[in-house]
Design a binder for this molecule. Structure first.
Ligand SMILES: Nc1ncnc2c1ncn2[C@@H]1O[C@H](COP(=O)(O)OP(=O)(O)O)[C@@H](O)[C@H]1O
Ligand SMILES: [Mg+2]
Length: 244
């Protein structure tokens, strides 16, 4: 009985992961196009500043930070840039689930000195994209993220890759996101549509401002089709001229 439950859970996790990586699994979907548009818009937000390291954060857990980070990273790799996705939500490691790598030693293993950077960089299975899973949950995430070792890691990744995406922690509960925001060239705030009240979203922005984040923009995640009248939508057609 336990085994059946375990298998069901694994199947659900597999389906979830497949859906999560839409840019790779269904490149023609409207959602995939949205991630490519996000990439292009981010590339054009910073004509005067170098934009090499981007933090993805949100107000709380479950808003879609890991989903947005992973798909944005795939979209960037698809455009020919050497890309790396770094799991920086040390309290809730997810990157290894999405890309089916091992979690350990991961970023925490490297920051605590038990593995070299080369050892924690994993191929994602997608051309041009490497990943660093967050690693086992440490007792002191904020301390690790603001350590000299983390600053050195970011410097090395900047040299080795065209674009570095940090899958970050939420802004509200802990200081981890603020620590990362101050170290990234730019920050993207994911807001879960219909779930995050406006004043809470504005408070997140204030926290990021206080951390000297350069807020590049907001991703509204989970917009429903019936919200169409409230948002501008783009429609795309595939090469058989059918709406997709
Ligand atoms: N737009 C969406 N539509 C449906 N499910 C989503 C969407 N965005 C995220 N999810 C799902 O919500 C859950 C939490 O997303 P995740 O990206 O892990 O959030 P976070 O990193 O902010 O904690 C995951 O199961 C993910 O697949
Ligand atoms: Mg996450």
């Amino acid at each position: 009985m336990k085994d059946v439950k375990k298998v069901r859970r694994q199947v659900r996790q597999e389906q979830n992961n497949k859906r999560s990586l839409i840019v790779h699994n269904d490149p023609k979907a409207i959602g995939s196009e949205a991630f490519r548009t996000l990439r292009t818009n981010l590339q054009f937000t910073s004509p005067d500043h170098e934009l090499k390291t981007i933090l993805i954060t949100s107000v709380g857990p479950g808003d879609g930070k890991s989903t947005v980070s992973a798909n944005l990273a795939v979209a960037w790799a698809q455009s020919g840039s050497r890309t790396i996705l770094v799991g920086c939500d040390l309290r809730k490691p997810v990157v290894h689930h999405i890309f089916k790598t091992s979690n350990a030693p991961g970023l925490t293993g490297h920051l605590t000195g038990s593995a070299s950077l080369d050892e924690v960089i994993k191929p994602s299975g997608i051309e041009g994209l490497d990943v660093i899973p967050a690693g086992p949950v440490p007792p002191n995430p904020a301390e690790l993220l603001q350590s000299k070792a983390m600053a050195n890691t970011i410097t090395q990744l900047r040299e080795q890759y065209d674009i570095v995406i940090f899958d970050g922690a939420p802004t509200i509960a802990v200081t981890d996101a603020a620590v990362m925001a101050s170290q990234a060239d730019g920050t993207v705030l994911v807001i879960r549509a219909h779930q995050v009240p406006k004043d809470v979203a504005l408070h997140a922005k204030t926290l990021l401002d206080q951390a000297n984040a350069r807020l590049l923009g907001v991703v509204l995640n989970g917009v429903r089709p019936q919200d169409q009248k409230n948002y501008h939508y783009y429609y795309y057609y595939d090469d058989r001229d059918q709406a997709i």
